[in-house]
Design a protein around this ligand. Structure first.
Ligand SMILES: NC(=O)c1ccc[n+]([C@@H]2O[C@H](COP(=O)([O-])OP(=O)(O)OC[C@H]3O[C@@H](n4cnc5c(N)ncnc54)[C@H](OP(=O)(O)O)[C@@H]3O)[C@@H](O)[C@H]2O)c1
Length: 248
């Protein structure tokens, strides 16, 4: 292999995954996309290659099939320099309230499954002494809300997983762990929602912040957009009786 660095993006069919792939490719990185929807991921790969000139390959991954994780990592052409999970499932909160297997799918997709897979990469990065792990979580994990608490609880778990992993990896040479908390992003996931324009960002903006934190400025926990840090700090400070009345 050449000196060119490699990024593996888990969730390569997503809008944020596509934008992140393009940002890395424009930075001269080799890009591998892992996805359940291979046709969408291949379209993203072809588009990134056409725009950047960098080769992009696509690899099959259903994150709910955890029994295949060890083989998935082993069949990669090499251990990547950076692995980024953008996998997520907003789900339908109302359906989850009456369908426990659907609720379990939301929680596994956002928390358990990506954590298990990233942990395998963490072990390999620790043995090598270098590597960067990025998890795209959400501000929804900062405080549970009635309108999306299965998703929010899972993202809270994922943020805490990344925090603990960062703590563990701080003793492991140059292995870095970055937590990314987007607020509102205009993507396929939120296409059916009315989003406040002043608090909503594009996938390109998320990608640029991911690249900045992971490869340039060394930040470990980032809010996209930054003003969401203040919004969530205030929301987290609200006393429970007042928070309940807001019906968020
Ligand atoms: N959009 C927002 O406002 C927002 C805000 C905060 C955080 N986020 C987070 O940002 C990340 C990217 O989301 P997005 O907005 O770009 O939406 P998206 O396009 O819907 O991306 C979700 C991705 O997760 C993948 N995925 C779901 N279940 C999977 C499974 N079992 N195996 C493999 N892949 C699976 C989807 O693959 P398929 O194409 O196969 O479904 C898709 O690639 C998610 O983690 C999301 O929670 C988004």
């Amino acid at each position: 292999m050449s000196d060119q660095k490699t990024v593996l993006i888990l969730g390569g069919s997503s809008d944020i995954g596509y934008a992140t792939a393009l940002r890395y490719a424009e930075g001269g990185w080799r890009v591998w996309l892992a996805a359940r929807d291979l046709a969408s991921a291949q379209r993203n790969a072809d588009d990134v290659t056409a725009r950047s000139g960098q080769p992009v390959t696509v690899h099959a991954l259903d994150v709910l099939q955890s029994e295949k994780f060890v083989d998935f990592v082993a069949q990669m052409p090499a251990l990547p320099d950076t692995v980024i999970s953008v996998i997520g499932e907003l789900g339908d909160q109302k359906r989850a309230e009456t369908d426990s297997s659907y609720a379990a799918m939301i929680m596994r997709t956002n928390f358990e499954a990506p954590s298990q897979l990233l942990d395998i990469f963490a072990g390999r990065f620790q043995a090598r002494g270098t590597g960067t792990i990025v998890g795209v979580s959400s501000v929804a994990g900062d405080r549970g809300r009635g309108s999306n608490y299965f998703y929010g609880a899972a993202k809270a778990g994922f943020s805490q997983y990344l925090s603990g992993l960062r703590n563990r990896m701080s003793l492991a040479g140059k292995v870095r762990v970055v937590t990314v908390k987007p607020g509102f992003v205009r993507t396929r996931m939120t296409a059916h929602l009315k989003l406040p324009a002043s608090l909503t960002v594009t996938p390109d903006r998320v990608a640029s912040d991911i690249y900045g934190a992971a490869e340039e400025n060394g930040r470990e926990v980032i809010y996209v957009a930054k003003r969401f840090w203040l919004v969530m700090t205030i929301i987290c400070l609200l006393p429970e009786p007042l928070f309940k009345r807001l019906k968020l």
